[in-house]
Every structure is written in C-alpha cells, then in structure tokens.
Design a protein around this ligand. Structure first.
Ligand code: EPZ
Length: 418
C-alpha cells in the first residue's frame, strides 16, 4: 500500500513555493459554466479534487486541458446539466455546480455530495437559497431535480455563514434577473477570490469579504485569465511543520493576511514568523509553549482546516492547550492516530485537551481525512524514528505534492509507492 514515510527529529531548513488554493479553484471551476469563452486558470493545483471537477465538466460536454500549470476550460459545448452519482460522491464541492447549472441552463440534476466524513454536512442552506431565487427543487431517491424558468434576484439571509452556500448562491444569482443580496455571507478569502474571478468575466458583484455580498445578475459573462492565489491551509500546514520540527523555512507566494488567525497563534507558541513582499518566513528554536484555547470559527476566526495540523505541532509543547471545534461535529478523527505516536490528548465532544509531552515516537498510522492525514505527517516530523502514513489518497485531495514540498524544506520524507 502506498504511504508517506517520515523520519523525524530533523530541523527544517529551505524554501518552497505554495501551490494554488484548492478551495479557491473548485468553486471557480463551477463558475466557468457561466462563461462564454475560454477560462485560463494559472497556478492551478494538480489535485485529486481538481481532477474530479474536470471529470464533472467533461461529463457535461465541456473541454478542460492542462497547459503547464494552467488549466484551460471551455464550456461552450456544454450538453445536459446532469452530474452522475459516482462523480457527486467523490467530493463535497460537486454541490457548488448546482447554482451555476441552474443559472446557465435553467435546470439541473444531481445527487447529494460526498467528501470528507467530518460529521453531518447538509446542503439545506444551498437549497433554501436557490428556492428563494425561484428554483423548483424536488428530491427523489437521493437525486435532486431542479428547474427554474426564471431566477429572480432577492434578499437571502444565511443562518450560518456557510462557504459553500455563499458560493452556490453567488453563482446562481449571476443568472438571476435583478439584484441579490446575501446576508451573513461567508467572508473567507476564497469568496473574495470567486468575486474577483466573476468580475474579470464581466460580472457585477461586490461586498465579498464582508457579511453581505451583492450580485446584479442577468449579464452574459465571458472568459478570462485568472491566477489562483496561494493555498492558505497548505501554508498553515508547513508553518505547523516548522513549529513541530524546529528550524527555519521560507514559504513563497503566500500572504499573512489570508491566515492571520493561524499566524497569531503560532507566534504565541514562540515561533518567529515574518511577512515579506513575496512570502512568509518561520523560525522555531527552543521548546514550543502551549497556548490559550484555540476555538475554530468562520473567517476571520481560526480556520477549522488548520485545527489538526496545529494540534500535531503542539503535542510536544510545554503545557496544555485546549481546542474547541465549532464548525464540524466529527473533526477529531486524527486524535486516535496521534495517540499511537505518544500524543496525550483527551476528547469530550467538541473539546480536545492536549497535554504536551517531552517526546513522540514513529508509528504506522492511517489518514482519516484530508487535514487529519496532513497532521500525521506534521507529527511525524517531530517524532523519533519513522512514521508510515497510510490512506494518502485523502492527503492528495488537497496537497499537490506534500512529500516533495517537505523535502524542499529539508524534511526526511519519502513517498513509498506500492
Ligand atoms: C468549506 O466547506 C471548505 N471546503 C472546507 O474545507 C472548510 O472546512 C469549510 O468550508 C469551513 O471553512 C471547500 O471550500 C471546498 P460550510 P463547506 O458550508 O462549504 C453547516 C478542506 O479541508 N452547513 O461553510 O462544506 C456545515 O454542516 C475542507 O479543505 C449546514 O448546516 O463548509 C458545517 O457545520 C474540509 N447547511 C458548517 O455549516 C448547509 O447548507 C460550515 O460549513 C451548509 C453548511
């Protein structure tokens, strides 16, 4: 079985350019359905989830091809707005195609999305918002049949600032007559990037990054060339890698502003993080300090996607850190694997208490999901001996080349193929 083999105890040193952001490119790939003309996405990461989105586009008759690190998409030949079950099950973001399909074709057929098992992940906010825009949505045997002769702009208030629901409704509203305002919208950098992409395609949209996004719909969008920004969660992962192993690294092409909450916590642990024009440097000498409770929250709060990698880094910190996971109900599945490596972690519902230990040891561990798998690699960097991380298909969903990047940062990690 393929696995990543990490030999720990070696300080990091070196630099790497951060890949394009998974959670930016996935909604943008759905948005290409709204565009007449070619969309060229530069710095597009080669990920399992991106390949899954390409298969969805191709299953609807669209063209998508790689041109070095750019993905060229042309949806002119789109045929039926139908996504087969097996493609929907591959990832959660397949749901984001719904708004764009309705805006483009006035109809869509798909099933409930799959993706990481982080607890219940309903799409009720997506469906309620689309119904408010005038879509008829019927569910039959797990399949959703949606049609809208005429989407009409309106005010939508989200009960939770859901990233996916905000993105889906932004895309649907581009095809609606009149103005849509999304209140309590998600404010993540990925929402700001989706707005930037739609504006480049001629869309009239504003307010992304605030809690109210305004879309003036009904305009035909055209193609564009857009550069995908650096992945803030990959950045957080490598910063936590440096915190865990010690040493000094430079992460090129990334910005502190996108992950300020993570940088603040890492500085509190004793890491020295400096922002430059073209990236972030991180230095860690001496033992990490435990920090005050880390509570995950919607942006600009502490991102749930960085919870597991930070926990892995703090396993050997001086003192006790308390984590509170407020976004997903079941996002501590990595804990049992970290305990195999000597981590002292107690979980009670949404709270995890991490008592720092003096040393970790290598072990055979299994990834449970994308970020949980990355956390096992981070812990492996600090552990004595060798850690074999299995289930790497989870990790490859969001990291284009985690072993290669960590090798560039001086880590002793190899990708052991079958
Ligand atoms: C996005 O997921 C990200 N995925 C996730 O990253 C990230 O963890 C999450 O936002 C939160 O930041 C992508 O962007 C592709 P939500 P999404 O809708 O859109 C509840 C990673 O590791 N909710 O903001 O699915 C939901 O159950 C992934 O890269 C409803 O109840 O997240 C959750 O508890 C994992 N009804 C909360 O809201 C809805 O209709 C936040 O979910 C929608 C969401």
């Amino acid at each position: 079985m393929s696995c990543f083999s990490v030999t720990g105890g070696k300080k990091l040193s070196g630099e790497v350019t951060i890949q394009g952001a998974k959670n930016s490119v996935l909604p943008i790939l759905a948005a290409t359905l709204l565009c007449r003309g070619q969309c060229i996405l530069e710095n597009c990461p080669r990920l399992r989830d991106v390949e899954a989105s390409i298969r969805i586009l191709q299953s609807m008759g669209c063209l998508a091809r790689w041109q070095e690190d750019a993905l060229v998409v042309d949806t002119a030949q789109m045929s039926e707005p139908v996504i087969p079950d097996e493609l929907m099950r591959e990832m959660r973001s397949s749901a984001i195609f719904l708004g764009a399909m309705l805006a483009r074709c006035g109809e869509a057929e798909l099933s409930y999305p799959g993706g990481c098992e982080l607890g219940p992940r309903p799409i009720d906010l997506h469906i309620n918002g689309l119904r408010q825009l005038g879509a008829d949505i019927e569910e039959n045997g797990g399949r959703l049949r949606c049609c809208s002769s005429h989407l009409t702009g309106c005010d939508i208030v989200l009960s939770i600032p859901s990233v996916g629901a905000t993105e889906n409704l932004m895309l649907a509203a581009c095809g609606a007559e009149g103005t849509t305002r999304i209140f309590n919208a998600a404010r993540e950098p990925e929402i700001v990037e989706l707005q930037a992409f739609l504006q480049l395609c001629g869309g009239e949209i504003s307010g992304a990054g605030s809690d109210c996004v305004v879309i003036r719909g009904g305009k035909q969008l055209h193609g564009c060339t857009h550069r995908i920004r650096a992945d803030r969660i990959v950045t957080a992962t490598y910063l936590c890698g440096c915190a865990a192993a010690g040493g000094e690294i430079f992460l090129r092409g990334t910005r502190e502003a996108d992950l300020a909450a993570v940088v603040t916590v890492l500085r509190d642990t004793g890491c020295r993080i400096q922002s430059g024009t073209d990236g972030l440097s991180c230095q860690r000498n001496g033992r990490l300090r435990a920090v005050s409770p880390v509570r995950t929250a919607p942006y600009p709060g502490f991102p749930t996607d960085a919870q597991s990698v930070l926990m892995a880094a703090l396993l050997c910190a001086e003192g006790t850190t308390v984590f509170e996971e407020n976004i997903f109900e079941n996002r501590y599945r990595h804990v049992a694997e970290l305990r195999r490596m000597g981590g002292d972690i107690h979980v009670l519902g949404r709270v995890a208490v991490v008592n720092g230990v003096s040393r970790l040891h290598g072990a055979g561990v299994e990834s449970t999901d994308l970020r949980g798998g990355a956390a096992l690699c981070v812990a492996g960097l600090a552990a004595e001996g060798c850690t074999q991380v299995g289930g790497i298909h989870h990790i490859c969903r969001g990291y284009a080349n985690l072993p290669g990047d960590l090798q560039a940062l001086g880590a002793d990690i190899i990708w052991q193929h079958e």
